[in-house]
Design a protein around this ligand. Structure first.
Ligand code: G16
Ligand code: MG
Length: 219
């Protein structure tokens, strides 16, 4: 069977984590508390709703449903203002080389992201056309580490889960890929992503020979 490739978005294709951070920090400051970079680590790969729950926990704030909904919208409006200014210069190093390499080999490619803003971001940086399927926060019921997002992506690509390779920067994402029975590849800190099958600091460390190995894993 052919091999399918699934990419996470934030932290793998683009570094939007910094914009999420700025938007969450602004909200925290407005509510009267600090939000640090270390705390932001907990937000990677996690849904917007869950992020706000964690943020309010950090601030020790009890919110009514109406407040909660308002703050969800407020954070996203701020985040979208950053997204609006994005362009291809924000694509992370060697992502384009890897996408081109796979595209030239006619490999099915999907996006598997927790974000509800995935499509506009891919459009902004000019990468939308590389993806045969986009599965994001609008399509899933259960967030990572549940495997749902990657299983839907595999299904859309017409490839069995065991024939899929997942690139992820979040612990929850690696766990989701493993739970789906896929080959998990950590992009980032190998100490944090130690449950991944393979680890790379970023795509500059991953040569075409390794991609070829993944491509032929079923042969
Ligand atoms: C991303 C980020 C998370 C963010 C989530 C939801 O997931 O890593 O920090 O909270 O999407 O984003 P939004 O508020 O845009 O719906 P991923 O899976 O692409 O890393
Ligand atoms: Mg991510």
């Amino acid at each position: 069977e052919k091999v399918g490739f699934i990419f996470d978005l934030d932290g793998v294709i683009v570094d939007t984590a910094k914009y999420h951070y700025l938007a969450w920090r602004k909200l925290a400051n407005e509510l009267g508390f600090e939000f640090t970079h270390e705390q932001n680590e907990l937000f990677k790969g996690v849904s917007r709703k869950r992020c706000l729950e964690i943020l309010l926990d950090i601030g020790g704030i009890e919110a009514t449903q109406a407040q909660f909904d308002t703050w969800m919208v407020e954070k996203n409006v701020d985040y979208l203002a950053y997204i609006e200014k994005m362009d291809a210069s924000e694509i992370l190093p060697d992502v384009l080389r890897v996408l081109e390499y796979l595209k030239n080999k006619n490999v099915p490619i999907a996006l598997g992201s927790a974000s509800k803003n995935a499509k506009p971001i891919l459009e902004k940086v000019g990468l939308l056309h590389y993806f045969d399927s986009i599965v994001d926060g609008n399509n899933v019921m259960k967030a990572k580490p549940d495997p749902e997002v990657f299983l839907i992506a595999a299904d859309n690509l017409g490839v069995g889960p065991q024939s899929c390779v997942v690139f992820e920067d979040a612990v929850a994402g690696i766990q989701a890929a493993n739970a789906a029975g896929m080959v998990s590849i950590g992009i980032g800190d190998s100490d944090i992503l130690n449950e991944a099958k393979h680890n790379f600091k970023d795509f500059t460390e991953m040569d075409n020979q390794f991609l070829e190995l993944l491509l032929n894993k079923n042969k």
